[in-house]
Design a protein around this ligand. Structure first.
Ligand code: ADP
Ligand code: TYD
Length: 208
């Protein structure tokens, strides 16, 4: 069985990533693994400060290019201070979103900036997850779930249904592009059914 592993969860807003990540963490801990649960943007003190800058305020607060820099700066701090030390200690890192979200949200939402995202990623991050769990689901349902939450972090949720549709298609495209590390889970099911699918996928991966 593997020792440390870097596992990310991706999908549109409201797809159930945070819910499922917590459930998987509990399952893995019961099985005797040391687990670190973290998220992006955020996951370290400095990156959490950047999170407020990027997720709160007016939709046009930052240009897409500035956003790429801010998300990448947050990711670098998160990687240095949280992710890499945990992996070095043999822990399983479960991370709610990572660079694939930047490839999608900043790479696709305001013009085609994917090449810029990839260049900055290879310069400053240079690390991909060992496994990425993509929770795929109907965008209208995801948006309705996400809107049910009352938070100040709504810069991106303001973009609405059209962006959710494009993100879903984009994530499925990424799953093909990085087929070696992506696993697609059907999110249009009960929480228990989604949890069971994810558990099987991750345990198969860890036992491989
Ligand atoms: P994400 O982190 O992907 O945005 P969350 O885990 O926060 O998604 O879930 C968004 C909302 O949808 C929450 O209120 C959560 O309780 C609910 N939810 C999550 N998974 C399901 C599911 N399979 N069926 C119904 N509601 C769900
Ligand atoms: P998150 O807290 O995961 O939101 P949700 O629970 O609604 O899925 O992420 C907040 C928002 O940040 C989400 O709309 C996606 C966006 N985001 C980016 O635009 N780029 C990124 O690199 C990351 C990590 C997130």
């Amino acid at each position: 069985m593997r020792n440390g592993a870097f596992i990310t969860f991706e999908g549109i807003d409201g797809s159930g990533k945070s819910t499922q990540l917590k459930r998987l963490a509990a399952t893995l801990q019961e099985a005797g693994h040391q687990v670190v649960v973290t998220r992006e943007p955020g996951g370290s003190a400095g990156a959490e400060e950047i999170r407020s800058l990027v997720l709160e305020g007016a939709t046009d607060r930052w240009s897409a290019e500035t956003e790429i820099l801010l998300f990448t700066a947050a990711r670098r701090d998160h990687l240095e201070r949280t992710i890499l030390p945990a992996l070095d200690a043999g822990k399983i890192v479960l991370c709610d979103r990572f660079a694939d979200s930047t490839r999608m949200y900043q790479g696709l939402s305001r013009g085609d900036l994917r090449a810029l995202v990839d260049q900055l990623h290879s310069l400053m991050i240079g690390r991909e997850p060992d496994l990425t769990v993509l929770i795929d689901m109907d965008p209208a349902t995801g948006l309705a779930r996400a809107k049910g939450r009352q938070t100040a972090e709504e810069r991106f949720e303001d973009f609405g249904q059209d962006l959710q549709d494009r993100m879903r298609a984009g994530f499925l495209g990424l799953a093909q592009e990085f087929a070696d590390r992506f696993q697609i889970i059907n999110g249009d099911q009960s929480m228990d059914a989604v949890a069971a699918d994810i558990q099987k996928t991750v345990l198969d991966f860890l036992n491989d």
